[in-house]
Design a protein around this ligand. Sequence first.
Ligand code: UD1
Length: 376
Amino acid sequence: MLSRFGIKNNIMVSSMIDIIAGARPNFMKIAPIICAIKKHQAGGGHIGYRLVHTGQHYDSRMSDDFFSQLGIPQPDMNLGAGSGTQATQTAAIMTGYEQLLLKDPSKLCLVVGDVNSTMACAIVAQKLCIPVAHVEGGIRSGDWTMPEEINRMVTDAITNYFFTTSEVANQNLTNSGVGKERIFFVGNTMIDTLLENFNNLRPPSFWNRLCLKYKQYFVATLHRPANVDSCTDFTRLLNELGVAARGLPIIFPVHPRTKKNIRKINGLHENIFLVKPQPYLEFNYLVKHAKAVITDSGGVTEEATVMGIPCLTLRDTTERPETVTIGTNELIGTNPDNLHPAMANLFDGHWKKGSIPEKWDGKAGQRIVKILSGMI
Ligand code: UD1
């Protein structure tokens, strides 16, 4: 067990912060922060970290693969929270993290993104008077039906220091009364990871078997309740998608919560190829060379924007509006009827080119650690 003041990896550190990660979209956000801390330590810096995995995602394909591909060290602690309803999972993470902090408090709790682990650990830390820093703070969809939006709002209500990805996020925070001195516009750590790994992206094992050709296939990822929880609606959506793809293959990495319903669908459209959740390097290779991405994820819209790949988001709202106003993303909505005009626009070559949002330049992790080192 690490203590607040101690030696880790033979380096004397005097300020131990907790870095919290629990679910797949967290792992690519913490990797550049850890990398920047290691560089800071190598230069004699005083910040140490304890990596706490909450165990929200536990399958190797949802967790371990990301640690090994992104060079993230083994967690110092795994809370083993596992799955459950929103409340069950949140409670398990809170109980586990509270026990850890009571035994061995840290100087600061750094949470990323908007998953249940983010909110759960922020609450526990703040109630034990440990300051909270939120990476990707301030983003809002305004859609309270998504658990992630509740997580964002609750986390930001009790966050001390905000590391933001956009001017829109800065504005959301100032509008809600957060003082400018607590907001640090640093850029996007998820994009740090993409740029760092861009030259190492590699094709998945099925690339040749499915005879995939550059810009001649689509990638689809869907896991939001609004798209996948009703079997009837999901079947219709997939059928419309298959037709709208005009014979091009659609590669569909299936998230665990999507698997349950996709199994029940009889007669999946012949263009749709279901594959397991892909590791980071393979997934982003698929995106980089796709004709377009069809998704309900938030992070994928950012990666597609940076790679200049058309992105059709099957949601009615987004917490990342710059991917639409600046990038390659369009909100298509959850009604499958909207797919055809959007796909026709794409096939006609009319999709916008997009550009890259400010400070999405691969240096967010470094900026965060520089700010932290002056703070704790
Ligand atoms: C979570 C995040 C979401 C993120 C998504 C990415 C919240 C509220 N949601 O949603 O923001 O986009 O992760 O993956 O935190 N399961 C497995 N293996 C695993 C993990 C989960 O089989 O490793 C199963 C669970 O048993 C459950 C389902 O997947 O049935 C949902 O998992 P959960 O972590 O609760 O939420 P996600 O829907 O994945």
